[in-house]
Design a protein around this ligand. Structure first.
Ligand code: SF4
Length: 200
């Protein structure tokens, strides 16, 4: 890239450094950081021109999802938002608000609303909605969620997360918050597949 070599997959590199003296333009340098372990099978597959198995985080695996073409009626049907409050981001939500009174609380991972087509009708409707991404927000949601559950008369908690492991942080934070609140509130976890289905 721009005349410089870039290592695109950590697991293709065994760290030997044999490439350094062979680079004609001295464009290759080493950096010291945490990296994935060398994967000999991935290198062999690459050499044979086969697609190597994805070795990184499943939540970052790129994939195309095939869909049936929607009927004209379905694609032009009017859709109403079911959102009942603002803001929706956990990081921006107040610790106490009138709309939390007797609320059914929905705690949803950011990606779920994009993956699951009927998210408004099936999850947001009748709920106070809080969203966040446990991978990218880099905060411990459990503290704030604990305060919200403690300070308000919450009737139930529904957590909607994606199936990928990175989304488990939201489920963990919600469960921790429920425990720390000291309240006994009905709760459920719903997991959405990357293809947009509810998993059992
Ligand atoms: S943690 Fe959940 S919301 Fe965040 S990127 Fe991964 S799947 Fe999406």
């Amino acid at each position: 890239m721009d005349g410089k070599a870039q290592l695109l997959r950590d697991d293709y590199c065994d760290g030997l450094g044999d490439c350094l003296p062979h680079c004609p333009t001295n464009a290759i340098t080493f950096e010291e950081r945490e990296a994935q372990a060398y994967d000999a099978a991935a290198v062999a597959a690459k050499k044979q021109g086969k697609p190597a198995a994805f070795a990184g985080c499943p939540g970052q695996r790129a994939m195309a999802i095939k869909r049936e073409a929607q009927s004209a009626a379905a694609s032009t049907a009017p859709a109403e938002s079911c959102l009942q409050q603002w803001p929706v981001q956990i990081k921006l939500a107040p610790l106490q608000a009138p709309y939390f009174d007797k609320a059914k609380l929905l705690i949803a991972a950011d990606c779920t609303a994009y993956a699951y087509a009927r998210f408004h009708q099936d999850f947001i409707k009748g709920h106070i909605t809080l969203i966040g991404c446990p991978k990218l927000d880099s905060v411990d949601y459990s503290e704030k969620l604990t305060e919200i559950i403690k300070n308000n008369d919450i009737q139930s908690v529904t957590v909607v997360r994606m199936e990928v492991p990175c989304c488990g942080g939201l489920e963990m934070a919600a469960k921790k918050a429920l425990q720390q609140s000291g309240k006994f509130i009905p709760w459920q976890i719903v997991t959405i597949s990357t293809e947009g289905k509810i998993l059992d």
